[in-house]
Design a protein around this ligand. Structure first.
Ligand SMILES: Cc1cc2nc3c(=O)[nH]c(=O)nc-3n(C[C@H](O)[C@H](O)[C@H](O)COP(=O)(O)O)c2cc1C
Length: 188
């Protein structure tokens, strides 16, 4: 069982990073092999709509996405984690997701088969405010992302009212909730 964590915040050891680390520890506690991608450390150009992917399912842009595509396809479960930036995912993470138009093309245009097992995905979101709709846009984006790479959206952890670096450590339940989410995603 391989669990891939995608860390969307530019703030290393910030709230998202700490939450994702706990979730991956939870998955590891169940025997899963885990890997974390920190999107901000990668060079990922935004999608340019060249649409080379419609021909053969491959993006024509050569950058760090070359290594990410196989990781996305080989994971049994994926956890996407992001702070809310203007009620959405960070632009670094959105660039990675947009570049998965190539995988969308494999599935929906070229009708290529994806890994046959049921693959599961979860979303961890964190934001400073307490707005009711704070995570609505991000959840929709993550759901559509998962759909296009043949992953079922099964779980989420949404944490409001957390702003400063490491403020998540003062939250009464968020870190243990993240650990439990990771455990649920990788049952023994
Ligand atoms: C550019 C930017 C935009 C933000 N937009 C929102 C927002 O729309 N809603 C919100 O609740 N918090 C917003 N925040 C606050 C972050 O979501 C919050 O500080 C979060 O805890 C940061 O998580 P991190 O430490 O993982 O980066 C924004 C922060 C930045 C830097």
């Amino acid at each position: 069982m391989r669990v891939l964590g995608i860390m969307g915040s530019p703030r290393i050891k910030g709230n998202t990073d700490l939450l994702l680390d706990e979730a991956l520890k939870g998955a590891q506690s169940q025997g899963a092999e885990v890997e974390k991608i920190t999107v901000d450390k990668l060079k990922i150009a935004p999608c340019r709509e060249y649409y080379g992917c419609l021909r053969d399912g491959n993006c024509v842009i050569r950058d760090d996405m070359d290594d990410i595509y196989p990781k996305l396809l080989n994971a049994d479960s994926i956890i996407v984690a992001s702070p809310m930036f203007f009620y959405g995912l960070t632009s670094q993470l959105k660039a990675l997701i947009d570049r998965c138009q190539a995988l969308w093309a494999r599935k929906y245009i070229l009708k290529q088969d994806f890994p046959s097992s049921v693959r599961k995905g979860a979303f961890i979101g964190v934001g400073a405010t307490r707005g009711k709709k704070l995570f609505d846009g991000a959840i929709l984006t993550v759901k559509i992302f998962f759909l296009s790479i043949d992953i079922r959206y099964v779980d989420e952890l949404l944490v409001r009212g957390v702003d400063k670096r490491e403020e998540i450590k003062e939250h009464p339940t968020a870190l243990s909730d993240a650990f439990e989410l990771g455990k649920r995603l990788a049952p023994k």
